[in-house]
Write a protein that binds this ligand. Structure first.
Ligand SMILES: [Zn+2]
Length: 392
């Protein structure tokens, strides 16, 4: 079980709907603003200096700072404010019902559980201890993680960062110190329409696309030979969507694919896209296509923090002290750690709850994991204060 205060805090967070606006039919629940209000007042009460960065109207990012303005060390703790939608949920999404040692509701595990665990750890005496040691703590609540990480990107564009960053996500208390990047792109292959009885008069865009797909496969084959990462393994590719053709008896003049390429550190998105562009140009010269377009849909950089860094080592020690394994791992999924790796020297993703429970119709978090996560974060912060104090 968990402290009643911690459970109540998570229930309050779950009771404030904050569905990503792109994932909500009802605008009353599809807004992060009320949760941003709650977080701001929580941080204010704890003595944080709170700023709002409302770069997109109605979607405020919250940044709270505690401690010296000219610190010896800074730590950024971030949780996204938005959740998945509630369509099809079989538990009340905004109640925070407690049953059988679990707390149910949208966001209970992704990522209001980890957020509650961290906020609960921020006791006034611990904050004072950190500040006295010379640590500035920056708590960030970012909008828009579930659809493109754009809140984190907005904050990174403003230069908000720190020496160390903990990104709160349900990792089952594993320390995710690296994850892959994403490169989503679209290829449009163009041909020339003709009647199906005279295909020699046309250029079949679907046939052309078959060759483009071969080029996409060639690209990933080459990449896996040159860029396999120690923690993240191989880069991958998935062609998730194909659209083309209008009728069985017409030579199609257009075919489109949407491609999900996952990258590892050291890969260059521009080089990947250029590789595909060259293939498209070749196929056009060979008259397999009459033209083509290639566009990037979304790009996120991978990150990798060495296991030997202070951040990962300290977190690992705090885990072990509480009986958790403190294991380190790389992940194939993407998070706000990608953007924040640009402005934070050492980054890890961490939190109670399981990613398997994120986005589900009966989302929940185990209360024992919630409690343990909060204790680990508290110990981690205590150790940070001691480490920085000792370094003087
Ligand atoms: Zn999340």
């Amino acid at each position: 079980m968990a402290d009643n205060g911690l459970i109540e805090l998570l229930q309050k967070l779950v009771a404030i709907p904050s569905v990503n606006p792109a994932l909500a039919d009802d605008p009353a629940i599809g807004t992060e603003a009320p949760l941003a209000e709650f977080l701001s007042s929580f941080l204010n009460t704890r003595g944080f200096r709170v700023e709002w960065h409302e770069i997109t109207k109605g979607r405020p990012n919250v940044v709270g700072r505690f401690g010296p303005t000219n610190p010896k060390r800074s730590l950024l703790i971030e949780s996204h404010l938005d959740t998945q939608g509630i369509h099809g949920m079989i538990v009340p999404p905004f109640v925070g019902e407690v049953r059988d040692g679990r707390l149910y509701g949208r966001g209970a595990c992704d990522t209001k559980g980890p957020m509650a665990a961290a906020l609960w750890a921020l006791a006034p005496n611990l904050l004072e201890r950190l500040a006295t040691a010379g640590v500035e703590l920056v708590y960030v609540g970012a909008v828009g993680e579930e659809k493109g990480n754009f809140g984190a990107e907005q904050l990174v564009a403003l230069g908000i960062g720190a020496d160390e960053a903990l990104i709160l996500e349900p990792t089952e208390l594993a320390i995710v110190h690296a994850h892959k990047g994403t490169l989503w792109y679209e290829v449009e292959a163009l041909g020339r329409a003709a009647h199906g009885s005279n295909p020699q008069h046309g250029v079949n865009a679907i046939r052309g696309m078959a060759r483009v797909i071969e080029a996409i496969e060639d690209e990933i084959r080459g990449a896996t030979e040159t860029h396999t990462d120690k923690f993240l393994g191989r880069p991958t590719v998935n062609i998730g969507v194909i659209r083309g053709g209008s009728s069985i008896n017409i030579v199609p003049d257009r075919c489109v694919v949407e491609v999900d390429r996952r990258t590892v550190p050291g890969e260059d998105n521009a080089a990947i896209l250029n590789n595909i562009r060259s293939a498209l140009a070749r196929l056009t010269a060979d008259e397999m296509l009459t033209g083509w377009n290639l566009s990037s849909i979304k790009e996120g950089v991978p990150f990798s923090t060495p296991v030997e860094t202070r951040l990962v080592q300290r977190l690992s020690r705090a885990c072990k002290e509480s009986g958790a394994s403190g294991r380190t791992e790389g992940a194939g999924w993407y998070s706000d750690a990608g953007p924040f790796a640009k402005t934070c020297k050492e980054v890890a993703v961490f939190g109670p709850g399981s990613i398997l429970q994120a986005h589900t119709v009966d989302e929940y978090i185990e209360l024992s994991s919630l409690q343990q996560g909060s204790e680990i974060l508290r110990q981690f912060l205590l150790d940070l204060a001691d480490e920085v104090k000792g370094a003087t």
